[in-house]
Design a protein around this ligand. Sequence first.
Ligand SMILES: NC(=O)c1ccc[n+]([C@@H]2O[C@H](COP(=O)([O-])OP(=O)(O)OC[C@H]3O[C@@H](n4cnc5c(N)ncnc54)[C@H](O)[C@@H]3O)[C@@H](O)[C@H]2O)c1
Length: 359
Amino acid sequence: MAANDQPVRVALVGAGEIAEVAHLPAWSAAGDARVDVLVDPNQERAQRIAAEFGIPNCAVDFEELLQSGDVDAVDICTPPHLHAPMVLNALDAGLHVLVEKPMATNLLDGEAIARAARASGKTVMIAENWLFSSARREAEEIIRKHALGQPFLVKARHESSLYVASTGGAPAWTFSPDTAGGGYLMQAGIHTVALIEAMVGPFQEVSGYTSAGNTPPDGFLESTAVLTALFESGALGSLAFTARSQHLGPRRLGLELFFDKGSLELDVWTGRVSYTVEGRQTTVEDANSSMGFAEEISHFVHCLRTGSEPETSPARLLSSLKTVFAAYESARTGNSVRPSNVASTPAPAGAKEVDASGD
Ligand SMILES: NC(=O)c1ccc[n+]([C@@H]2O[C@H](COP(=O)([O-])OP(=O)(O)OC[C@H]3O[C@@H](n4cnc5c(N)ncnc54)[C@H](O)[C@@H]3O)[C@@H](O)[C@H]2O)c1
């Protein structure tokens, strides 16, 4: 463990897109921590990115890195099917862990991560950046300031053109349930689900509908999903996700909340928050809006230093994984499903069995 007067030494694992555009800039800006090693079997890519961010070492093999004793923490940015085995092995090696969403491709692995995290005494955090976004912060401040209380209706839209026409930009792992855990709802919609759970509370029951459309290679995974929901608070919800939007502007990642005293809409992508209270509409445009990556890295380092539980700990974020699987079960069976009752899905065929004895 890094002494308190020494920066936390980090290995970033998986030098792909999210590492390059979001995590590494955030680590560069963070005080009190530095990325010492970049781990990726694609060494050409790793070395280019290491040079770009001034990272002194590259490694090919994650297991060897764990044995080296050279770092205090790992930041796992690999495809989702590798998250569970990597988190569990890193905890076995006594390291703190930050891991990208979704935490796992099935519920058994997600539950194993939550148990192992609790038993380890280490800081384990899911990199759910939306919870650290400036739009959420601003929206919660408005809700508090105007004493808006609990919403009675939640509407969400999450639209992108990720799967429109040419999908050349998306990596191959996104098109297989074994490696991704699901389609657009699992890969992107889970951000919205986690944000709603943080701001509104748990989903009590969901009905899910999915359509595959043009998702390559064979239309197996959903590109579009609609959820209707009842929340434990009594609020009702309507959520729509698509990766097939022809809209050319910025992505639309909107969440709209309706209260007795007003309504509020926030967009995580643009950072814009607009609200109407007592007939008066106000829009807040934040020139320094943030999707939360820098704040998430700072929160991880803070929790690691203080021993406090991350806001996005595996135990806390297991509920969003359950909500997504409840929506899938509902789409499959035609029944509405309670996330609290959703069956632990078996690991996909051929996936590595993970064992997290803990309790
Ligand atoms: N928070 C967000 O907004 C956001 C956005 C995009 C992706 N993500 C998540 O980030 C993760 C990575 O997504 P991406 O788009 O960067 O994928 P990517 O395919 O661009 O990058 C993955 C990287 O992992 C490397 N890798 C594969 N096996 C490895 C191994 N055994 N050891 C080390 N490295 C290995 C690959 O070579 C590749 O460089 C996924 O979980 C995804 O859901 C999050």
